[in-house]
Design a protein around this ligand. Structure first.
Ligand SMILES: [Zn+2]
Length: 118
């Protein structure tokens, strides 16, 4: 089974720079952490601050079967960790307190109900 992620953190919408990752894995992470407000297509319209390692090293294979190792920081580091979490079935809400997570889940359920009745 292949674990595949495609992501694009480029600012310029006219010039997409998709990063295609096959079997990506985090090979190291910094002790230093940073906090980003994360959102997720799987949890519509909900955002929360998540603390993660500020820098990570990642090994992955590209679409030509070549293995790469890169270092990432900033938004890219956060996205890499967020997306690899997805491959492991982990959502950003899993990093929140139970109280915050339940609040978000309730909001999403409410949102889904409104959509259904609309
Ligand atoms: Zn996500």
């Amino acid at each position: 089974m292949k674990r595949v992620v495609v992501m694009d953190v480029s600012d310029d919408k006219d010039k997409p720079e998709p990063l295609k990752l096959i079997n990506p894995e985090i090979i190291w992470e910094s002790e230093e952490t940073s906090i980003y407000q994360e959102g997720c297509l799987s949890i519509p319209e909900q955002y929360a601050d998540v603390e993660r390692p500020a820098e990570v090293g990642m090994r992955y294979m590209d679409e030509n079967g070549e293995t790469h190792e890169i270092e990432a920081d900033g938004l890219l580091a956060t996205c890499i960790q967020h997306e690899i979490d997805h491959l492991d079935g982990v959502l950003f809400t899993d990093y929140l307190s139970a109280l915050k997570r339940n609040m978000i889940l309730k909001k999403v359920q409410k949102l889904q109900k409104t959509k259904k009745s609309a």
